[in-house]
Design a protein. Structure first.
Length: 281
C-alpha cells in the first residue's frame, strides 16, 4: 500500500446535480431544500465540506398521519452528526463519518441506525493519496487528490444516518430550535481504493437503496442485512477514480474544473490505484 494514511475518509465530495434532477432520480415525493416559495435552495456543489448543508434523501412516516405510507424527502441537512443527547452542537465537525462495523453499537449512531437512515447523493468523493516517495519543500509526503466516481457517470448513493437535536436554549416557538444533521457511513476500503485510504464510504447500489431507507426496517438484524449485502467489488465493477487538481484542498474553490483529470506532469510520486506502479518520478 502506498505511503501513510490520512486520518479522515470521505471528508469532501462533489454534487453537481440540482435539486429537481435529484428528486426525479431518487423518486422523491417531497422536495424541502430550503429555497423558500417552493424554489429549490440547492445549487450544484463541487467541493461539499463538513458543516455545510447539502441535500440528502430520507423516508419518514408523517407525524400527522402515523398510519399513512412513508414519504420520501429531499432535505438539506448539516454534515456532522449531533447526537440527540448532546449538551451542545460543538462536536458536530468530529462526527462526519460512522463506521459500518460499529454503527449499531456506538451510542452516537445506534438509535439513528435503526430509525433515521438516509442516502447522500454524490457525483464523486475526494480522497488524498500520500506519496511513498515524493516530498514537499517542507519534507512532508506529497499528497494527490483523487475523485472516485461511477464509471457510467451516474450518481452515487452513499449510506448515511441522521439525527434531530433540540437546542434547549431557544424557545419552543423558535423555528431554529431543531438542528438536523447527518454522518456518512464508511467501511473497509476495497483493493485498489486502499491505496488512497484504508476506508471508503458505504456505496449503496440501486437495488439496496429502498431497503436502506425503509422505515419499517427498525431492528438491528434488518439493518445488518443491508450492510452485509453491499458488494465488496465495486472498484472492479462500477467505480473508477482519477487524480484531480490539488486546489480541491481549498474548500473555498467551487468550480467544475475540480473534477477534471490532473495533467500527467503534475503526478509526481503518485501511485496507480489498480497496478501499484508509480505514475511520476
Amino acid at each position: 500500500m502506498a505511503g501513510g494514511r490520512l486520518a479522515r475518509v470521505c471528508g469532501r465530495y462533489a454534487l453537481r446535480t440540482g435539486a429537481a434532477d435529484l428528486a426525479g432520480e431518487f423518486d422523491v415525493d417531497e422536495v424541502a431544500v430550503g429555497g423558500g416559495d417552493g424554489a429549490p435552495g440547492w445549487a450544484p456543489g463541487f467541493n461539499v465540506a463538513p458543516t455545510t448543508s447539502p441535500p440528502v434523501v430520507l423516508e419518514r412516516v408523517p407525524r400527522e398521519d402515523p398510519d399513512g405510507p412513508p414519504v420520501r424527502q429531499l432535505r438539506r441537512l448539516r454534515w456532522g452528526l449531533v447526537p440527540s443527547w448532546s449538551k451542545d452542537a460543538s462536536g458536530a465537525a468530529r462526527l462526519i463519518n460512522a463506521r459500518a462495523e460499529t454503527l449499531l453499537e456506538k451510542p452516537s449512531f445506534a438509535k439513528a441506525a435503526l430509525a433515521r437512515r438516509c442516502l447522500v447523493p454524490a457525483d464523486a468523493w475526494y480522497e488524498w493519496q500520500r506519496s511513498p516517495v515524493a516530498r514537499t519543500d517542507s519534507g512532508k509526503p506529497r499528497t494527490q487528490p483523487f475523485a472516485v466516481h461511477a464509471r457510467d457517470g451516474s450518481r452515487l448513493a452513499l449510506g448515511g444516518v441522521y439525527e434531530f437535536w433540540r437546542d434547549r436554549s431557544r424557545p419552543d416557538d423558535d423555528p431554529d430550535r431543531w438542528l438536523v444533521t447527518f454522518a456518512i457511513i464508511t467501511k473497509e476500503a476495497e483493493p485498489g481504493l486502499d491505496r488512497l485510504h484504508e476506508r471508503m464510504p458505504l456505496v449503496l447500489p440501486p437495488e439496496l437503496r429502498d431497503a436502506w431507507l425503509e422505515p419499517s426496517r427498525d431492528d438491528a438484524d434488518g439493518v445488518r442485512e443491508v450492510l452485509e449485502a453491499v458488494p465488496g467489488d465495486l472498484f472492479d465493477t462500477v467505480l473508477d477514480a482519477r487524480p484531480v487538481p490539488r486546489r480541491v484542498g481549498d474548500v473555498r474553490v467551487q468550480d467544475a474544473g475540480l473534477l477534471d483529470e490532473a495533467p500527467a506532469a503534475e503526478l509526481e510520486g503518485v501511485v496507480d490505484l489498480r497496478t501499484g506502479e508509480l505514475l511520476g518520478a
